[in-house]
Design a protein around this ligand. Structure first.
Ligand code: PMP
Length: 378
């Protein structure tokens, strides 16, 4: 049966209905084996098939070149904030890395990296939400690239967060690093559009937004970057160890990998990353158009060129928001079955997350509500 609740949560987030139904059908007995994936040995041939299928779907959907390893690890996106410097900051003797900071998640990653080497904050996070976003925007709209961001040519890598989930800031270009290894956190826009993997040294993404449930983090890494981990790198975070053991150095998050496999199949059956991009453009335009044409009733503090297609933060009436009215908005939405629209606690306001599994119809329901609410309260 169709669910009547529409989940606009930022993650863990909505999963495709067909994926949930398939998981339900197979929960007690996977593939007529008489046991659940939850009970299966990670070294069994049945689980190997799931793992291999997940990897090959991922390779197909993102067109991942052969000289990249794909790993399915634990520890979340935050685990990668540590794993990235532990594995890569020693690529060059200076142990420096450049971090482009555009919001909460890149700021956290930079702070963690400072434990392991010298971190150059190329793109400082300013105190205010708005000014921080404006800076990124100004740079991108002048078509600037990190070459004007005073990158350090002897950095081991350049790091950025492709989509800032809290602030709703998304890159619509790949930073040019002039040969320095590029690392990207794509947790909240992974597989929402095609990406040229060959431009990156490493991409990582937690699954719980666009490609599954919590528990598994995908790491795609170029082979020549393996084997440079610092001595103190915990073995479960060592990319070389995990890559050589096909993500089976220790017990992987089996069930989360299985769910990811189902989601990747769903993406493939629905037209792959290009179809996801078209749909995501359509959905986000629907909401941004309402914001833009609301005569200031809805205010999105992010400047146009770096507005996220995945997470749309907005306030009511002013940039600081009319909190009482925002509460009314959220209550009214909940009455219509639309949940998890509250902005992140650090920024307040409203946030609509429109990941792959959120349908056009779901988005239309929100759009209709936004128009009605404005009419009643303008
Ligand atoms: N990066 C981004 C862009 C995120 O949105 C999040 C979580 N919302 C994280 C990293 C951290 O992920 P986790 O909670 O899995 O550690």
């Amino acid at each position: 049966e169709q669910k009547s609740t529409i989940n606009f949560g930022a993650g863990p987030a909505k999963l495709p209905q067909s994926v949930l139904l398939q998981a339900q059908k197979e929960l007690l007995s996977y593939n007529s084996l008489g046991i659940s994936v939850l009970e299966m040995s990670h070294r069994s041939s049945d689980f190997s098939k799931i793992l291999n299928k997940t990897e090959s779907l991922m390779r197909e959907l993102l067109n991942i070149p052969d000289n990249y390893k794909v790993m399915f690890l634990q520890g979340g996106g935050s685990g990668q904030f540590s794993a990235v410097p532990l594995n890569l900051i020693g690529l060059k003797e200076d142990r420096c890395a450049d971090y482009l900071v555009t919001g909460t998640w890149s700021a956290k990653a930079a702070k963690e990296a400072e434990k392991y080497g010298k971190v150059n904050i190329v793109h400082p996070k300013l105190n205010s939400y708005t000014s921080e976003c404006t800076i990124l925007c100004r740079l991108s709209s002048r078509n600037s690239r990190p070459s004007s961001w005073t990158l350090n040519p002897s950095a081991s890598y350049v790091y950025y967060c492709c989509n800032e989930t809290v602030h709703g800031v998304e890159y619509n270009f790949i930073p040019e690093t002039n040969g320095v290894v590029l690392v990207s956190d794509m947790s909240s826009n992974f597989l929402s559009r095609p990406v040229d993997v060959s431009k990156f040294g490493l991409i990582f993404a937690g699954a719980q937004k666009n490609v599954g449930c919590a528990g598994v983090t995908v790491v795609i890494v170029r082979e020549d970057l393996l084997g440079h981990a610092l001595k103190e790198c915990p073995i479960v975070l060592d990319y070389k160890v995990q890559a050589e053991s096909n993500s089976l150095y220790n017990t992987p998050p089996c069930f989360s990998i299985y769910i990811m496999c189902l989601v990747l199949e769903w993406i493939k059956n629905n037209g792959g990353s290009i179809a996801m991009e078209n749909l995501n453009n359509q959905k986000s335009s629907l909401i941004y158009d309402i914001i833009n044409n609301s005569d200031g009733f809805y205010v999105c503090p992010v400047d146009q060129p770096c507005r996220s297609r995945m997470n749309i933060p907005f306030r009511l009436k002013t940039e600081e928001g009319d909190e009482a009215l925002e509460k009314q908005f959220l209550d009214g939405a909940a009455k219509r079955g639309m949940i998890s629209l509250k902005g992140h606690r650090s920024v307040g306001g409203i946030r609509a997350s429109l990941y792959n599994a959120v349908t056009l119809e779901d988005t239309e329901a929100l759009a209709t509500y936004m128009k009605e609410f404005k009419k009643q309260h303008m």
